[in-house]
Design a protein around this ligand. Structure first.
Ligand code: 5GP
Length: 205
């Protein structure tokens, strides 16, 4: 029986620990494809082209928008971020769980387009004050950028109810257990097309 592909969307303020959770869960959630986004923001120290993001400029990004390359895209903190459709389609066809780390606007668009395949989880710090503390101690961003991220977090937090699950990343190990449970459940989600295919298979058609 062919395995079904499914999508897990992870959102939440920058600094809440989304990437750390995804990285730490790797071994335990089986084969998945992490959707590498394209962005016009500058690489941070330690980030690698084609691993963390595909880094590009505004002109190329806008050309890709026109060409219909993106499943979704949004402007976050003054930069473009987008998910390319082709690799996602391919991974889904291969029956993989596809994980997106995208913002609340991207989540809303992806839901409209592929909602029946999507499970979503919002990851946040226990409080705004804790978020600010983590952003400052991460030491990768200047004061202006931290302010932008905080402003953005204040808006993003309003969207929690649009998500299937909420993980409060207070104790990392506990948050990781929850994240693994969500990812395992996400893999079992089936879309309309897959449901029909399964029914046919089950009937022996
Ligand atoms: P960062 O600059 O911290 O890597 O990401 C900033 C925000 O952009 C995060 O909330 C992240 O989830 C979001 N983001 C990253 N890639 C994408 C994408 O492809 N689409 C959308 N809509 N948001 C993204």
């Amino acid at each position: 029986m062919h395995e079904f592909g499914a999508i897990l969307i992870v959102s939440g303020p920058s600094g809440a620990g989304k990437s750390s959770l995804i990285k730490a869960a790797k071994e335990q959630i089986g084969d998945f494809y992490f959707s590498i986004s394209t962005t016009t923001r500058e690489p941070r120290e330690g980030e690698r082209e084609g691993v963390d993001y595909f880094f590009t400029d505004q002109e190329s990004f806008e050309a890709d928008i026109k060409a219909g390359e993106f499943l979704e895209y949004a402007q976050v903190h003054g930069n473009y971020y987008g998910t390319s459709l082709k690799p996602v389609r391919k991974a889904l066809e291969e029956g993989k769980l596809v994980i997106f780390d995208i913002d609340v606007q991207g989540h809303a668009i992806a839901r409209e387009r592929m909602g029946d395949l999507i499970t979503s989880v919002f990851v946040t710090t226990p409080t705004l004050a804790e978020l600010e503390h983590r952003l400052r101690s991460r030491g990768t961003d200047g004061d202006d950028i931290i302010k932008k991220r905080i402003q953005n977090a204040l808006v993003e937090i309003e969207y929690i109810s649009a998500y299937d699950f909420l993980i409060v990343n207070d104790d990392f190990e506990r948050a990781l257990d929850s994240f693994i449970a969500v990812a395992k459940a996400a893999r079992l989600k089936k879309g309309r097309k897959q449901a029909l295919a399964f029914i046919n298979h089950w009937r022996g058609a």
